[in-house]
Design a protein around this ligand. Structure first.
Ligand code: SAM
Length: 282
């Protein structure tokens, strides 16, 4: 038998200053830049969060992080030092980069100084065992700005979470993430088919209230329960019949001018402030 080879000593942690990455063709830079594309986000299961606030929110909420890059010139800012330490402690790759590299990653002239790639988290309805509170269900939402704004509003009123039904825009698209202003990291998001949604609400006896221009009931006249689902239609054509069929009732927000309808995110905010009125002490 050959004697066991001596174990290599673990390398001492490097105290050398990190080298600034300036190459626009660096593979990490290319991978981060690729996360602007849906197919790359799907393939990697990752997404980009830009800006120290969003990155800090995600780290504080325990979202798994893979890569953090920051401009060399902000490396001594206390909150950047804290974010870097948290990212390293979770095994993320941390790089100091030039401003040009950040322009390339963020695809904008005024990039954020801190950008990170996190692992996407979407719940399955079946995993939400005993749902309570007010859930917002969105049928076929198409505009990432609307989706991000709705997630932010759900967070603001202390609603329970968001359920994406059918073919919707990606909550991890950069525009959606930006519009959430960090609420993405505090609000549970689930995805479901209409059948799964219908089975889940039935199993938990959750009342479902649809919002519809043809709703027979004024949204202010309902005695809103503490736990329910508010179902919103898509931007183009509203709730399809199959969705109307799973509703316990349809409410309308009255309108007085010549507009056909409210913007989806605005209608959701109006609804949530009424449904959550007592909880908010309004
Ligand atoms: N043309 C679409 C339609 O016929 O429903 C307009 C859709 S609207 C832009 C998007 C969603 O916001 C609607 O599906 C509905 O859920 C909600 N919504 C907008 N205005 C509303 C109102 N006045 N009353 C109830 N729901 C409304």
């Amino acid at each position: 038998d050959r004697p066991a080879a001596p174990r290599a000593a673990a390398p001492a942690p490097s105290t050398a200053p990190a080298r600034e990455v300036t190459s626009l063709t660096n593979p990490v830079v290319k991978d981060l830049r690729a996360l602007h594309l849906k197919k790359e986000r799907e393939a990697s299961g990752l997404f980009l969060a830009e800006g120290l606030k969003l990155v800090t929110d995600a780290l504080d909420e325990g979202w798994p992080i893979r890569t953090l890059v920051h401009a060399t010139r902000v490396k001594d800012q206390p909150l950047v030092v804290r974010a870097v330490a948290a990212a390293k402690a979770r095994g993320a790759l941390v790089l100091e980069v030039s401003d040009e590299v950040l322009v390339k990653i963020c695809r904008r002239d005024n990039p954020q100084m801190v950008v990170a790639a996190f692992v996407q988290k979407i719940a399955r309805l079946a995993d939400l065992a005993a749902p309570s509170g007010v859930w917002v269900a969105l049928e076929g939402v198409k505009d990432p700005g609307n989706l991000g704004t709705i997630i932010r509003t759900v967070d603001s009123v202390g609603a329970a979470g968001v359920i994406l039904i059918g073919d919707t825009t990606d909550p991890f698209a950069l525009e959606a993430v930006r519009a959430t202003m960090g609420s993405l990291f505090h609000v549970p998001i689930a995805a479901a088919t209409l059948e799964e949604f219908s089975a889940w609400t039935a199993a938990h006896r959750l009342p479902v209230w649809g919002t519809h221009l043809k709703g027979a009931v004024d949204y202010r006249s309902v005695a809103w329960p503490e736990t329910c689902v508010v179902l919103m239609g898509n931007e183009q054509s509203g709730l399809p019949e199959a969705y109307v069929a799973v509703c316990d009732g349809l409410v309308k927000i009255p309108m007085a001018g010549k507009a056909d309808s409210l913007n989806l995110a605005v209608a959701t905010a109006v609804m949530l402030y009424e449904v959550r009125r007592r909880a908010l002490g309004v």
